[in-house]
Design a protein around this ligand. Structure first.
Ligand code: ATP
Ligand code: FE2
Length: 328
């Protein structure tokens, strides 16, 4: 079954083509909007997507031609129905519905967060993992409950890990995105640990206090910046691992995966491996191109949700505010 997936929830316009029967990603290309100074200005964002989506679409078409195929040979079109930014979601939805209508191919709208998780299972062969979903905004611990529905077991009550890294990095004049820069400086540091405050509430965490304290320490100019980066990583990853471990013990899960951009941090993955090792659980990772926003994960989620597909393109309205526990 050949499925084409379209990702357009925020800054990325991506298309993936997956041979779902053989669990093989055949094509996965994307364009990403970037404005380091102003972040995501909505008007510019939609202009970016409307003027760039054809480039990726043409690449997908050319790829199919190399296999002696065309859009007509697709079995299913899948797109991100939400959550995301309305301006982006509308463009992804319109492109998907246009292809579906033109070639009379069934269409399905999928939950972008479920797609992040399910592609991880497909690539690793894990069947029932505990997920740590760590992107810019999100820091969530997610797993299936006893009814087989995804449930959030723990999360940040204020800022996500990625945003914390990005904000601190901007503040310190280090640039954007902050995560990779902080990881690099942390590796170069003398590993002098500087105490930072944090709060754990059951399986939830709060990071705003840590951020304020870090800002004060930075402003005081009494601390080495590399040691601050090191201490930031050590503290917030340890806090995150503590709640992950609690959630694994509570749910009795024996597998763990990390998805989202922060998954590329080697210190975080080391801690996760160690924690799983101690618990007798399995930890696995997969290529970063599939852990970030991408079209292949949307194609695969379309396959998972294929029973919902239809050629009626009036179905699947964009859904900006859904989360992992929503029915979509
Ligand atoms: P969201 O989906 O939550 O709106 P996003 O789509 O921007 O956010 P991703 O692309 O999944 O999120 O991840 C981006 C985040 O990952 C950034 O905040 C970035 O700083 C962080 N990040 C990337 N590489 C690293 C790293 N090596 N260490 C820590 N954080 C990292
Ligand atoms: Fe995402």
């Amino acid at each position: 079954m050949l499925v084409l997936g379209i990702e357009c929830t925020a800054h990325t316009f991506g298309i993936g083509i997956v041979d779902c029967k053989n669990k093989k990603v055949l094509f996965n290309e994307k364009n990403q909007y970037k404005d380091d100074e102003n972040g995501m200005e909505l008007r510019k964002l939609s202009e970016f997507h409307t003027s760039n989506f054809t480039e990726i679409l043409s690449k997908a078409k050319k790829f199919l031609e190399t296999k002696n195929k065309s859009f007509k040979d697709l079995d299913l079109i899948s797109f991100s129905q939400g959550p995301g930014i309305g301006n982006s979601l509308k463009i992804g939805s319109l492109v998907a519905k246009t292809i579906s209508k033109q070639y009379n191919i069934p269409l399905v709208g999928v939950n972008h967060i479920k797609a992040h998780l399910e592609i991880g299972k497909m690539l690793t062969g894990f069947t029932d993992p505990m997920f740590l979903y760590v992107s810019g905004v999100n820091t969530q611990i997610i797993a299936k409950d006893e009814f087989g529905k995804y449930k959030i077991y723990g999360e940040t009550e204020d800022i996500g890990l990625g945003n914390l890294f990005d904000s601190f990095s901007r503040q310190a004049g280090l640039g954007f995105p902050g995560g990779p820069i902080i990881e690099k400086l942390s590796n170069e540091s003398n590993k002098n640990y500087i105490e930072l405050p944090y709060a754990i509430k059951g399986m939830n965490i709060t990071l705003a206090g840590l951020y304020t304290n870090l800002q004060q320490k930075l402003d005081s100019k009494k601390f080495d910046l590399k040691d601050l980066c090191y201490s930031l990583q050590e503290t917030c990853f340890a806090v995150t691992m503590e709640v992950c471990e609690r959630a694994m013990a509570y749910t009795n899960k024996k597998e763990m995966l990390i998805v989202g951009g922060v998954a590329s941090n080697k210190r975080l993955t080391r801690m996760a491996k160690d924690m799983c090792g101690i618990r007798g659980a399995r930890y696995d990772s997969f290529e970063m191109q599939y852990a970030m926003d991408n079209g292949a994960m949307i194609a695969w989620q379309g396959f998972v949700d294929k029973e919902k597909s239809t050629t009626d393109i009036t179905k699947f309205p964009i859904a900006q505010y859904i989360n992992i526990e929503s029915d979509i």
